[in-house]
Write a protein that binds this ligand. Structure first.
Ligand code: ADP
Length: 269
Protein backbone atom coordinates (compact mmCIF):
# COMPACT_ATOMS: atom_id res chain seq x y z
CA UNK A 1 0.00 0.00 0.00
CA UNK A 2 1.07 3.57 -0.65
CA UNK A 3 0.95 5.70 2.50
CA UNK A 4 -0.49 9.18 2.70
CA UNK A 5 1.18 12.55 3.46
CA UNK A 6 4.94 13.26 3.46
CA UNK A 7 4.76 15.65 0.54
CA UNK A 8 8.13 16.34 -1.01
CA UNK A 9 9.68 14.87 -4.13
CA UNK A 10 13.00 13.15 -3.56
CA UNK A 11 14.89 11.44 -6.41
CA UNK A 12 17.10 9.72 -3.79
CA UNK A 13 14.17 8.18 -1.96
CA UNK A 14 12.61 7.08 -5.25
CA UNK A 15 15.87 5.46 -6.43
CA UNK A 16 16.42 3.73 -3.06
CA UNK A 17 13.02 2.09 -3.20
CA UNK A 18 12.83 1.17 -6.90
CA UNK A 19 12.96 -2.48 -7.85
CA UNK A 20 13.55 -1.73 -11.55
CA UNK A 21 16.55 -2.58 -13.72
CA UNK A 22 16.58 0.55 -15.84
CA UNK A 23 13.38 2.61 -15.51
CA UNK A 24 14.07 5.62 -13.26
CA UNK A 25 17.62 4.57 -12.43
CA UNK A 26 18.72 8.05 -13.50
CA UNK A 27 16.51 10.98 -12.47
CA UNK A 28 16.74 14.64 -13.48
CA UNK A 29 14.69 16.71 -11.05
CA UNK A 30 13.48 20.31 -11.51
CA UNK A 31 11.55 22.51 -9.10
CA UNK A 32 10.10 24.18 -12.16
CA UNK A 33 10.49 23.53 -15.87
CA UNK A 34 8.70 24.35 -19.13
CA UNK A 35 7.78 20.79 -20.06
CA UNK A 36 9.34 17.54 -18.84
CA UNK A 37 8.73 16.05 -22.30
CA UNK A 38 10.80 18.82 -23.90
CA UNK A 39 13.68 18.24 -21.47
CA UNK A 40 13.51 14.47 -22.01
CA UNK A 41 13.54 14.89 -25.80
CA UNK A 42 16.59 17.16 -25.60
CA UNK A 43 18.40 14.63 -23.38
CA UNK A 44 17.38 11.75 -25.68
CA UNK A 45 18.77 13.62 -28.71
CA UNK A 46 22.04 13.97 -26.83
CA UNK A 47 22.14 10.20 -26.26
CA UNK A 48 20.57 9.72 -22.81
CA UNK A 49 20.00 6.08 -21.92
CA UNK A 50 16.73 4.24 -21.87
CA UNK A 51 14.88 4.66 -18.58
CA UNK A 52 16.04 8.19 -17.76
CA UNK A 53 13.33 10.00 -15.83
CA UNK A 54 12.67 13.73 -15.89
CA UNK A 55 10.61 14.88 -12.91
CA UNK A 56 9.31 18.33 -11.99
CA UNK A 57 7.38 19.91 -9.13
CA UNK A 58 5.64 22.25 -11.59
CA UNK A 59 5.58 22.84 -15.36
CA UNK A 60 5.07 26.28 -16.87
CA UNK A 61 4.12 25.01 -20.34
CA UNK A 62 2.81 21.47 -19.93
CA UNK A 63 1.21 20.13 -23.11
CA UNK A 64 -1.58 17.71 -23.98
CA UNK A 65 -2.38 16.28 -27.38
CA UNK A 66 -2.51 18.67 -30.36
CA UNK A 67 -0.59 21.30 -28.40
CA UNK A 68 -3.39 21.76 -25.87
CA UNK A 69 -2.39 23.24 -22.54
CA UNK A 70 -1.84 20.80 -19.66
CA UNK A 71 -2.21 22.55 -16.30
CA UNK A 72 0.65 21.50 -14.01
CA UNK A 73 0.46 23.24 -10.63
CA UNK A 74 2.84 22.42 -7.75
CA UNK A 75 1.95 19.23 -5.89
CA UNK A 76 1.31 17.22 -9.05
CA UNK A 77 3.40 14.46 -10.56
CA UNK A 78 4.83 15.67 -13.85
CA UNK A 79 7.29 13.21 -15.32
CA UNK A 80 8.70 11.93 -18.61
CA UNK A 81 10.51 8.68 -19.40
CA UNK A 82 12.95 8.07 -22.25
CA UNK A 83 12.52 4.72 -24.01
CA UNK A 84 14.48 3.18 -26.86
CA UNK A 85 12.47 0.12 -27.90
CA UNK A 86 13.28 -1.69 -31.16
CA UNK A 87 9.90 -1.09 -32.71
CA UNK A 88 8.51 0.32 -35.92
CA UNK A 89 7.54 3.99 -35.46
CA UNK A 90 3.85 3.21 -35.94
CA UNK A 91 4.00 0.99 -32.84
CA UNK A 92 5.05 3.84 -30.52
CA UNK A 93 1.45 4.65 -29.48
CA UNK A 94 1.34 1.24 -27.77
CA UNK A 95 3.63 2.70 -25.10
CA UNK A 96 0.78 5.01 -24.07
CA UNK A 97 -1.17 1.87 -23.11
CA UNK A 98 1.70 0.74 -20.89
CA UNK A 99 1.82 4.14 -19.20
CA UNK A 100 -1.93 4.11 -18.63
CA UNK A 101 -1.84 0.62 -17.06
CA UNK A 102 1.00 1.70 -14.74
CA UNK A 103 -0.83 4.86 -13.63
CA UNK A 104 -4.18 3.12 -13.16
CA UNK A 105 -2.51 0.35 -11.13
CA UNK A 106 -0.69 2.83 -8.88
CA UNK A 107 -3.92 4.77 -8.30
CA UNK A 108 -5.85 1.56 -7.58
CA UNK A 109 -3.25 0.79 -4.88
CA UNK A 110 -4.56 3.90 -3.11
CA UNK A 111 -8.01 2.32 -3.05
CA UNK A 112 -9.49 4.48 -5.84
CA UNK A 113 -11.35 2.98 -8.79
CA UNK A 114 -9.15 4.24 -11.65
CA UNK A 115 -10.23 3.54 -15.24
CA UNK A 116 -8.53 4.13 -18.57
CA UNK A 117 -10.16 6.17 -21.31
CA UNK A 118 -8.78 5.52 -24.79
CA UNK A 119 -6.32 6.72 -25.89
CA UNK A 120 -4.47 8.60 -23.19
CA UNK A 121 -6.41 9.48 -20.06
CA UNK A 122 -6.87 7.90 -16.66
CA UNK A 123 -10.13 8.74 -14.89
CA UNK A 124 -11.37 8.51 -11.31
CA UNK A 125 -15.09 9.07 -10.62
CA UNK A 126 -15.40 9.61 -14.38
CA UNK A 127 -13.10 12.67 -14.19
CA UNK A 128 -9.65 13.09 -15.66
CA UNK A 129 -6.89 12.62 -13.10
CA UNK A 130 -4.01 11.86 -15.50
CA UNK A 131 -3.03 12.59 -19.08
CA UNK A 132 -0.31 10.81 -21.05
CA UNK A 133 1.54 12.34 -23.98
CA UNK A 134 3.74 10.00 -26.02
CA UNK A 135 6.13 11.67 -28.44
CA UNK A 136 8.85 10.17 -30.62
CA UNK A 137 11.59 10.88 -33.09
CA UNK A 138 11.99 8.50 -36.01
CA UNK A 139 13.02 8.04 -39.62
CA UNK A 140 10.84 6.06 -42.02
CA UNK A 141 11.49 2.66 -40.42
CA UNK A 142 13.66 3.45 -37.44
CA UNK A 143 12.53 4.69 -34.08
CA UNK A 144 15.24 6.80 -32.45
CA UNK A 145 13.54 7.30 -29.12
CA UNK A 146 10.16 7.65 -27.48
CA UNK A 147 9.28 9.96 -24.62
CA UNK A 148 6.28 8.99 -22.51
CA UNK A 149 5.06 12.00 -20.55
CA UNK A 150 2.75 11.34 -17.62
CA UNK A 151 0.91 14.09 -15.74
CA UNK A 152 -1.01 13.16 -12.60
CA UNK A 153 -3.14 15.54 -10.55
CA UNK A 154 -1.85 14.48 -7.16
CA UNK A 155 -1.45 16.71 -4.09
CA UNK A 156 -3.49 19.76 -4.93
CA UNK A 157 -7.21 20.34 -4.76
CA UNK A 158 -9.03 20.65 -8.03
CA UNK A 159 -9.88 24.29 -7.29
CA UNK A 160 -6.26 24.98 -8.27
CA UNK A 161 -7.31 24.24 -11.88
CA UNK A 162 -9.10 26.75 -14.14
CA UNK A 163 -12.89 26.73 -13.66
CA UNK A 164 -13.73 25.11 -17.01
CA UNK A 165 -11.32 22.22 -16.34
CA UNK A 166 -12.60 21.65 -12.78
CA UNK A 167 -15.83 20.40 -14.35
CA UNK A 168 -14.12 17.42 -15.96
CA UNK A 169 -11.05 16.90 -13.75
CA UNK A 170 -10.21 15.56 -10.34
CA UNK A 171 -7.09 15.10 -8.21
CA UNK A 172 -5.85 12.45 -5.79
CA UNK A 173 -6.13 14.95 -2.95
CA UNK A 174 -9.72 15.92 -3.86
CA UNK A 175 -10.69 12.23 -3.97
CA UNK A 176 -8.84 11.09 -0.84
CA UNK A 177 -9.13 14.30 1.22
CA UNK A 178 -5.43 13.83 2.02
CA UNK A 179 -2.10 14.12 0.26
CA UNK A 180 -0.33 10.99 -0.94
CA UNK A 181 3.33 10.15 -0.50
CA UNK A 182 4.44 11.05 -4.01
CA UNK A 183 7.81 9.29 -3.73
CA UNK A 184 6.10 5.99 -2.92
CA UNK A 185 3.49 6.61 -5.59
CA UNK A 186 6.14 7.28 -8.26
CA UNK A 187 8.14 4.21 -7.17
CA UNK A 188 5.05 2.04 -7.57
CA UNK A 189 4.30 3.63 -10.95
CA UNK A 190 7.84 3.04 -12.27
CA UNK A 191 7.94 -0.56 -11.01
CA UNK A 192 4.67 -1.21 -12.80
CA UNK A 193 5.82 0.56 -15.93
CA UNK A 194 8.95 -1.56 -16.23
CA UNK A 195 7.02 -4.76 -15.53
CA UNK A 196 4.53 -4.07 -18.35
CA UNK A 197 7.22 -2.75 -20.70
CA UNK A 198 9.24 -5.97 -20.32
CA UNK A 199 6.12 -8.08 -20.90
CA UNK A 200 5.50 -6.06 -24.05
CA UNK A 201 9.07 -6.49 -25.36
CA UNK A 202 9.17 -10.21 -24.54
CA UNK A 203 5.64 -11.33 -25.35
CA UNK A 204 4.20 -8.64 -27.60
CA UNK A 205 1.21 -6.35 -27.30
CA UNK A 206 -1.48 -8.95 -26.77
CA UNK A 207 -1.00 -9.49 -22.97
CA UNK A 208 -0.78 -5.71 -22.51
CA UNK A 209 -4.02 -5.21 -24.36
CA UNK A 210 -5.71 -7.84 -22.19
CA UNK A 211 -4.65 -5.96 -19.02
CA UNK A 212 -5.66 -2.68 -20.58
CA UNK A 213 -9.13 -3.97 -21.48
CA UNK A 214 -9.74 -4.95 -17.85
CA UNK A 215 -9.14 -1.32 -16.88
CA UNK A 216 -10.92 0.36 -19.79
CA UNK A 217 -14.08 2.38 -19.25
CA UNK A 218 -15.18 2.71 -22.87
CA UNK A 219 -15.08 -0.83 -24.26
CA UNK A 220 -18.57 -2.13 -24.97
CA UNK A 221 -20.00 1.35 -24.45
CA UNK A 222 -21.90 3.49 -26.93
CA UNK A 223 -19.60 6.37 -27.70
CA UNK A 224 -19.32 9.55 -29.70
CA UNK A 225 -15.95 10.36 -31.21
CA UNK A 226 -15.06 13.92 -32.13
CA UNK A 227 -12.49 13.86 -34.90
CA UNK A 228 -10.83 16.74 -36.75
CA UNK A 229 -13.64 17.32 -39.18
CA UNK A 230 -16.47 14.99 -38.21
CA UNK A 231 -18.33 13.28 -35.40
CA UNK A 232 -18.90 9.51 -35.35
CA UNK A 233 -21.35 7.55 -33.19
CA UNK A 234 -20.92 3.84 -32.54
CA UNK A 235 -20.12 1.14 -30.04
CA UNK A 236 -16.48 0.78 -28.91
CA UNK A 237 -15.99 -2.94 -29.49
CA UNK A 238 -12.24 -3.50 -29.41
CA UNK A 239 -8.73 -2.12 -29.81
CA UNK A 240 -6.65 -3.07 -32.85
CA UNK A 241 -3.64 -5.21 -31.86
CA UNK A 242 -1.48 -3.92 -34.67
CA UNK A 243 -1.93 -0.19 -34.09
CA UNK A 244 -3.76 0.46 -30.81
CA UNK A 245 -6.61 2.07 -32.81
CA UNK A 246 -10.10 1.99 -31.31
CA UNK A 247 -12.52 -0.20 -33.30
CA UNK A 248 -16.07 1.11 -33.52
CA UNK A 249 -19.17 -0.61 -34.75
CA UNK A 250 -21.14 2.24 -36.22
CA UNK A 251 -24.86 2.62 -35.80
CA UNK A 252 -25.24 1.66 -39.50
CA UNK A 253 -23.52 -1.70 -38.88
CA UNK A 254 -20.15 -0.96 -40.51
CA UNK A 255 -16.82 -0.91 -38.67
CA UNK A 256 -14.30 1.89 -38.40
CA UNK A 257 -10.85 2.19 -36.86
CA UNK A 258 -10.21 5.42 -34.96
CA UNK A 259 -6.58 6.46 -34.75
CA UNK A 260 -7.09 9.72 -32.88
CA UNK A 261 -10.01 11.70 -31.54
CA UNK A 262 -11.85 12.67 -28.37
CA UNK A 263 -14.17 9.94 -27.14
CA UNK A 264 -17.14 10.41 -24.85
CA UNK A 265 -19.67 7.87 -23.65
CA UNK A 266 -23.22 8.31 -24.93
CA UNK A 267 -25.67 7.93 -22.06
CA UNK A 268 -29.06 6.27 -22.61
CA UNK A 269 -31.82 8.83 -22.80
P1 ADP B 1 -7.73 14.61 -23.97
O1 ADP B 1 -6.88 13.43 -24.13
O2 ADP B 1 -8.68 14.52 -22.81
O3 ADP B 1 -8.39 15.09 -25.20
P2 ADP B 1 -5.32 16.13 -23.84
O4 ADP B 1 -4.40 14.99 -23.58
O5 ADP B 1 -5.25 16.78 -25.14
O6 ADP B 1 -6.80 15.78 -23.51
O7 ADP B 1 -5.13 17.15 -22.64
C1 ADP B 1 -5.43 18.50 -22.74
C2 ADP B 1 -6.82 18.84 -22.22
O8 ADP B 1 -7.03 18.34 -20.90
C3 ADP B 1 -6.97 20.35 -22.06
O9 ADP B 1 -7.50 20.90 -23.23
C4 ADP B 1 -7.91 20.53 -20.86
O10 ADP B 1 -9.26 20.43 -21.28
C5 ADP B 1 -7.64 19.32 -20.03
N1 ADP B 1 -6.67 19.57 -18.94
C6 ADP B 1 -5.61 20.41 -18.90
N2 ADP B 1 -4.92 20.29 -17.76
C7 ADP B 1 -5.54 19.34 -17.03
C8 ADP B 1 -5.31 18.76 -15.76
N3 ADP B 1 -4.27 19.10 -15.00
N4 ADP B 1 -6.19 17.83 -15.33
C9 ADP B 1 -7.25 17.45 -16.08
N5 ADP B 1 -7.52 17.95 -17.29
C10 ADP B 1 -6.68 18.88 -17.78
Amino acid sequence: MISLTNDFLSPDIIKDRLRTEFIGREIRYFDETGSTNDIAKELARKGALEGLLVLAETQTSGRGRLGRVWQSPPGGIWLSLILRPRLAPQEAPKLTFIGAIAVATAIRNLGLDAKIKWPNDVLVSNRKICGILTEMESETDVLHYVVVGIGINANFNKDKLPAEIQKTATTLKSELKESVNRNEFITCLLNEFERSYLVFLEKGFSPILEEWKELSCILNEDVRVYMDNRIIDGKAIDVDQASGALILKLDNGSFEKIFSGDVSIRRQK
